[in-house]
Write a protein that binds this ligand. Structure first.
Ligand code: ASP
Length: 343
């Protein structure tokens, strides 16, 4: 068997930070010296190449333009590598992973995002293990020689998750991610144990990289006491095309007349509203309670078990593809890359 090759795309984040020996200040590492920081990489038997963002960024500064750039890099190098590891700050990793899962249509190779809570240069760092295992997963093959995990995933602290199912749940713990509504794709212990029933099947669709994203999307979190004037203001924002409404429990919200009126007017202006739950897990079931029955009448899309991150980036992606109105609602309801479970 030939040596597997993996491309590392370094976008920034804590994982790539090293302490400058002279000033003592943290700065992004020189990717060319990655093997100095992690000498184990040489013994892995994987051919590694890397590409770095010219200016590595904290992930709070990463957005749609960078998602398209990462997707384009993967597209340009798709044939030459067996897998891809994206080094990324953990703060917005779930958004990037979700967006990439939509932008990389028909993906048949692993794209593993990873990062760390402590910089690669610090003694107790989690970066080394995350990086080494992410590379191992990106180059892993099944008994037929096919990539083991042909989808966009997130690897963090011994666990592999489907990228568009992840949420960052902790600001300090090494175990910073969770996938509340989908099983882990793998767990790394002495062996890496893959849960094949949770991993997307190999697809024969042609691979295509999309780059258009439309940011005319807002998130509206409902809360007790929410003012209808505020809802009217948000829904009346210039350029707004779609809203992710995060609701209570299984998709419920206030039944106050003026609130529902604001939603109705927005719908009449062609704004798409998708309803996802604020809960940590579970799904939206519009109509189960009277407090969500009107959402069905208003044509609000029940967002099933989508995370906010996946719902938001899916809206941006589909708007970027030119979908509006009914066509957009229909597409939102159906999975594109395993991001939601149909009832
Ligand atoms: N603020 C950092 C970032 O998201 C945190 C991290 O890398 O984990 O870029």
């Amino acid at each position: 068997m030939t040596t597997a090759s993996v491309l590392i795309v370094y976008t920034g984040g804590t994982i790539g930070m090293v302490r400058d020996p002279r000033s003592g200040v943290m700065r992004p590492m020189d990717l060319a010296r990655l093997e100095e920081q992690v000498p184990e990489l040489q013994a892995m038997g994987v051919r590694l190449e890397s590409i770095s963002f010219e200016r590595p960024l904290d992930s709070s500064d990463l957005g749609p333009e960078h998602w398209s750039r990462i997707a384009a890099i993967i597209g340009e190098h798709y044939q030459r590598f067996e897998g891809f590891v994206v080094l990324h700050g953990s703060d917005t990793m779930a958004y990037t992973a979700s967006a990439l899962s939509f932008l990389l249509e028909g993906l048949g190779k692993p794209v593993v995002l990873t990062g760390s809570q402590l910089p690669i240069g610090s003694i107790r760092t989690d970066a080394r293990e995350n990086l080494i295992t992410a590379i191992e997963i990106a180059s892993a093959r099944d008994e037929f020689g096919r990539p083991m995990v042909p989808e966009v995933s997130v690897y963090f602290e011994y666990r592999l998750y489907r990228g568009n199912r992840t949420v960052k749940v902790h600001a300090e713990r090494f175990q910073a991610f969770r996938s509340p509504n989908w099983p882990e794709l793998a767990e790394a212990g002495v062996h890496i144990r893959y849960d094949r029933s949770a991993i997307l099947p190999h697809r024969d669709r042609p691979f295509k990289v999309h780059d258009r994203i439309d940011t005319g999307v807002g998130v509206m979190r409902l809360f007790p006491g929410i003012r209808s004037t505020w809802v009217e203001g948000l829904l009346g924002s210039d350029g707004l095309q779609a809203v992710v409404m995060t609701s209570f429990g299984s998709g419920n919200g206030p039944t106050e007349r003026r609130f529902l009126e604001a939603l109705r007017r927005a719908r009449e202006r062609g704004i798409t509203i998708i309803n996802v739950t604020q809960c940590d897990g579970g799904r939206v079931e519009q109509g189960r309670y009277t407090t969500s029955a009107s959402f069905n009448e208003l044509g609000i899309v029940p967002g099933a078990d989508l995370t906010v991150e996946a719902a938001l980036t899916k809206c941006m992606f589909l708007l970027g593809q030119g979908h509006r109105g009914e066509a957009l609602s229909e597409r939102l309801k159906n999975p594109i890359a395993g991001e939601l479970t149909l009832a």
